[in-house]
Design a protein around this ligand. Structure first.
Ligand code: SAM
Ligand code: GLN
Length: 279
C-alpha cells in the first residue's frame, strides 16, 4: 500500500501527506495501515487503480468515497447530487447568530444531500423542517442522510419546484440556490463543470434569476417576524440590492464569508449585528 501512496503522489502531483489521505479514504482505512506489511489483494488493487484514474480525470474524491463531511455530520453523497461546500457550513453559523426567535416551521429550498436541513435540525431541535428539491437523485440521497441520523420525524422531504408545493407560512426560509451566472459556468473547475449536476449550480444569465424568482415567492410565505436566508454569489450583491429595493421593499442585510466576500443575504426580521462584516 506504500506503493499506492507513492503512485498517487506522483500521478496527481500532490504531496505524500495528501496522497496518504486520499488512499486511506479510498481504501476506507486509517492512514497508519497504509504502512503495515502486506499488499492489497488483486481485486482491491485493481479497484484502487480505477479510482486513481477517475481522480485524474477530475471526478471529485467525494463521489468516489461516497462520503462528505458537513459540520459534525458524515453524509452520504452520490454523483448527480451537489457536494456541500465549506461556505455553506459557515452559512449555518451565521443563520444561528441572526435568527431572532426560534422558528416553529422551517423550509429549506434545494436541499441536495440534505446537509443544510440536517444542520438546521441541530440548531433548532424543536422546529419542524420541510426540505424540498426538484431532483429525485438529491431527494433520495437526502432521505438516506436524514434516516442515518434518525431525523425522519423532524425533517420531511417534499419534491417540488421552489415554493410551488406550499401554501402555509414559514418562520424561516433557507436556501443555497443555484447561483453561478451562465457566463462563468465555462470557467468553473473541471471537477464541478463536468461532474456536478448543472441543475444545482446554474443560476441563469446573471446568476440571480433563480434567487429573484424564489424571493418573490418567499416574501409571500414568510411569517411577519420571520427571516429568509439565502447563499449568494459575491457578484450578485448590487443587482440583488436593486431588486430588493424595487420589488420587495423589505429589510435586508448582506453578510461576508470567511474570505471577506459578501455571500449571504438575509431578508425580514434578524438580529442587527454591529460587526465589521455587515453593511
Ligand atoms: N442545500 C444543498 C447544499 O447547500 O449543499 C444543495 C444546494 S445546490 C447548490 C442547489 C439545489 O437546488 C440542488 O440540489 C438542485 O437540485 C436544487 N434545485 C434546482 N432547481 C430547483 C427548483 N426549481 N426547485 C427546487 N430545488 C431546485
Ligand atoms: N459555490 C458553488 C461552487 O463554487 C456554487 C454553489 C451554488 O450555485 N449554489 O461551485
Amino acid at each position: 500500500m506504500k506503493n499506492a501512496v507513492a503512485q498517487v503522489s506522483k500521478e496527481l502531483n500532490i504531496s505524500r501527506a495528501e496522497a496518504e489521505l486520499i488512499v486511506a479514504a479510498l481504501l476506507e482505512k486509517p492512514r497508519f495501515e497504509l504502512y503495515l506489511k502486506g499488499e492489497l489483494d488483486e481485486p482491491r488493487r485493481r479497484a484502487l487503480k480505477i479510482k486513481i484514474m477517475q481522480l485524474r480525470k477530475g471526478i471529485p474524491l467525494e463521489y468516489l468515497t461516497k462520503k462528505v463531511q458537513f459540520l459534525n455530520y458524515t453524509l452520504n453523497i452520490y454523483p448527480g447530487v451537489f457536494i456541500p461546500r465549506l461556505e455553506t457550513e459557515y452559512f449555518v453559523e451565521i443563520i444561528g447568530r441572526l435568527v431572532k426567535k426560534t422558528p416553529v416551521a422551517i423550509l429549506e429550498i434545494g436541499t441536495g444531500s440534505g446537509a443544510l436541513a440536517i444542520a438546521l435540525s441541530s440548531l433548532f431541535p424543536k422546529s419542524s423542517i420541510i426540505a424540498t428539491d426538484i431532483s429525485p437523485a438529491a431527494l433520495s440521497c437526502a432521505r438516506q442522510n436524514i434516516k442515518q441520523y434518525n431525523l425522519e420525524k423532524q425533517i420531511k422531504l417534499v419534491r417540488g419546484d421552489m415554493l410551488n408545493a406550499f401554501s402555509t407560512p414559514f418562520d424561516l426560509i433557507v436556501s443555497n440556490p443555484p447561483y453561478i451566472p451562465d457566463s462563468r459556468l465555462k470557467s468553473l473547475p473541471d471537477s464541478v463543470k463536468y461532474f456536478e449536476p448543472i441543475l444545482a449550480i446554474a443560476g441563469g444569465k446573471n446568476g440571480i434569476d433563480f434567487t429573484k424568482r424564489m424571493l418573490l415567492q418567499a416574501v409571500k410565505q414568510i411569517t411577519p417576524d420571520g427571516m429568509i436566508a439565502v447563499e449568494i454569489d459575491e457578484d450578485a450583491v448590487d443587482p440583488l440590492k436593486d431588486f430588493i429595493q424595487s420589488d420587495l421593499s423589505a429589510k435586508f442585510l448582506f453578510k461576508k464569508d470567511l474570505f471577506n466576500r459578501n455571500r449571504y443575504l438575509f431578508i425580514g426580521n434578524f438580529n442587527n449585528e454591529k460587526s465589521k462584516d455587515s453593511n
